[in-house]
Write a protein that binds this ligand. Structure first.
Ligand code: SF4
Length: 603
């Protein structure tokens, strides 16, 4: 059966979208829930060609309102590291939704749903945002762009933004081998897998202000002033390729998916018939020139994915000039880099989580994808870590991407540095089950969907549904931010048979040791080899070490910096932290930072 594609060219983008969807829409929208899945993966105005035009969104909202849709939602989830609502706002889509009285949503706020893929080429399941499946009609509304890795990004590829949070990187870290005699790369087959479980009901492709060259984020603007729509999204994508003058054979995922769905140019009917007269040649990434000349950095990035390339291009564009006067660096990105190459390189520098395994050999900027400004900061030796003291033994440690909360005793703490419902945390670490450490952990974890680190027994104190990543003394639990090692703490756990613990946290290339509640132990001497940057040590006495033993602990651990904790919350643990500071700094090389409750500092 033929697939029908409507193109509307010229005129106002909202009218174009309205006319295009009107020509292809075959269903009854009355009383239905409609999701317009736009493309705001990157932050920027629609005039940059980065994202879907808000006027196209307006035209679609008006169409579905007139057809009696019960609820219209507009949303996306941006690439890792970009705030989805900020991206929707910067694109102008949030404002249009407000004006039209419909919901503008971050798809990540809907929670995940796992879709199994039978006989998947590259993956057996994918986690998606529930929003994709909670709506009756899903319209993929991408902007027409070239893509450094997939060649083009249109309505099918746009649905990758429906993958839940960090799951988006799954198709860049494929474990299965590419099929023999493959007609595409691993990511192409991964997108084929995705299309079998996440296929939009309609495609409306925004060809108003497009992007060519180093898309999806580093390319240049190309104005087409047209909109395409179809009830068969891959047919709309194929027509878009013709308009971009890109051969289908160059776009592996669309070749595979169109074959899988039996869609060919021969069985697509396009209105108007002479649509191809509006085509314009889009430069591919291979044909484009970056026009960035930078002697300061050399890239070793062959095995990096498009998300890393996009970050590196932004880094080159906006930050590389800051390094021109210094030594030349070699930036490594991608999963196939080797230790031999790193050791042979001038000033090696590792970018992206794929390179994390070599971080002991060179400075490392984490992230998947990494954030351009963070690459610059790390290259300059300025990592972005902030530590806030919330009172007693509780700290909030934030980086650009993560917020780690430790022992959040806030409700009921007369000297708390924040209210529990003001704190957001991606991860929560709980040293043991006593109320002045477990505190508000469960409530915050439930509200923020945080991952909780605790020993097995302490983890049993959390209600069902809280995400737990358990460990036990001596164990290291790797995480996307780095990892957590469970250390000895000589103290009751509050759970029969359970153990109390401390943590060594690896984050932003730093090692932070939170001792939990503990007395002085000889085990602390073993921590010297960990090269601790900051040690959080209890000094309250009675229930933990007092200042004198804490000083002996500093001598054993030899951290660069010490932050005292677990004192002055209540009369039995009254101490003088300033005297402790004087004593430690007189007897060791460590610096002591006495933090006021509620105060914070940048590491
Ligand atoms: S670290 Fe970079 S190359 Fe590796 S999967 Fe993430 S974005 Fe892609």
């Amino acid at each position: 059966m033929a697939s029908f594609v409507k193109m509307v060219q010229g005129g106002d983008a909202a009218d174009n979208a309205y006319q295009a969807i009107s020509a292809v829409f075959e269903d009854d929208a009355a009383g239905k829930l409609v999701l317009l899945k736009v493309n705001t993966g990157f932050k920027g105005p629609a005039s940059s060609g980065l994202c879907t035009s808000p006027q196209v969104v307006r035209g679609l909202i008006r169409f579905f309102k007139e057809r009696g849709a019960e609820k219209i939602s507009v949303g996306d989830s941006s690439i890792v590291g970009v705030d989805s609502m900020e991206a929707l706002s910067e694109a102008g889509i949030l404002e249009v939704c407000r004006q039209e009285g419909v919901d503008c949503v971050d798809l990540n706020t809907f929670g995940p749903v796992e879709k199994k893929i039978k006989n998947g080429w590259m993956v057996d399941s994918i986690l998606f945002s529930q929003a994709i499946y909670q709506n009756d009609i899903v319209v993929s509304v991408p902007v027409m762009k070239t893509h450094m890795y997939t060649g083009a990004t249109l309505s099918i590829k746009n649905m990758k933004g429906g993958m839940y949070k960090r799951e988006k990187t799954k198709l860049h870290r494929l474990q299965k081998p590419v099929p023999e005699n493959a007609a595409g790369r691993g990511l192409d087959y991964g997108l084929l897998d995705l299309s079998t479980v996440c296929y939009p009901n309609y495609a409306v492709i925004d060809g108003s202000i497009c992007m060519e060259g180093f898309g999806p984020s580093g390319g240049t603007v190309k104005e087409m002033n047209l909109v395409l729509a179809s009830k068969e999204p891959v047919a709309a994508d194929l027509v878009a390729l013709r308009l971009m003058e890109i051969p289908l054979n160059d776009i592996g995922h669309l070749r595979l998916i169109s074959e899988n769905r039996g869609v060919t140019y021969n069985n697509i009917v396009v209105e108007p018939e002479d649509y191809a007269s509006h085509s314009q040649k889009f430069l591919s990434a291979a044909e484009a020139r970056l026009n960035i000349s930078c002697d300061a950095v050399h890239m070793e990035d062959e095995s990096a994915c498009s998300a890393c390339h996009a970050a590196l291009i932004q880094f080159l564009r906006y930050h590389a000039h800051k390094f021109e006067s210094g030594d030349r660096h070699t930036i490594f990105a991608g999963k196939d880099i080797t230790l031999k190459a790193i050791k042979a390189a001038d000033k090696p520098f590792l970018v992206g989580n794929c390179t994390a395994k070599f971080q002991e050999y060179a400075p490392f900027c984490k992230g998947c994808p990494p954030i351009p400004s963070e690459i610059a900061k790390t290259l300059k030796g300025e990592s972005g870590l902030n530590i806030k003291y919330l009172g007693h033994s509780s700290f909030l440690i934030t980086s650009k991407e993560y917020s780690l909360l430790i022992d959040p005793f806030l409700s009921g703490n007369p000297a708390a540095g924040a209210k529990a419902d003001e704190i957001n945390a991606t991860h929560i670490l709980v040293t043991h089950g006593h109320g002045d450490h477990l505190g508000d952990a469960a409530a915050i974890a439930q509200r923020c969907d945080s991952v909780v680190y605790a020993t097995v027994e302490t983890a049993g104190l959390f209600p069902e549904g809280v995400k737990l990543d358990v460990g036990q003394i001596g164990g290291f639990v790797p995480s996307d931010f780095g990892g957590v090692k469970f250390t000895t703490a000589t103290h009751g756990s509050g759970v029969p048979g359970g153990l109390s613990c401390g943590f060594i946290i690896e984050l932003e290339g730093k090692k932070l040791y939170h001792a939990g509640d503990t007395g002085l132990t000889m085990d602390m001497a073993l921590l010297e080899e960990e090269n601790i940057d900051i040690a959080f040590l209890p000094i309250g006495d009675r229930f933990t070490m007092g200042p004198k033993d804490a000083l002996r602990a500093v001598k054993l651990i030899k951290p660069k910096q010490v932050i005292p904790m677990h004192y002055n919350t209540m009369p039995p643990i009254q101490q003088d932290p300033v005297q402790f500071k004087k004593d430690v700094e007189a007897a060791t090389d460590a610096k002591v930072l006495v933090m006021d409750v509620g105060a914070s500092f940048d590491v």
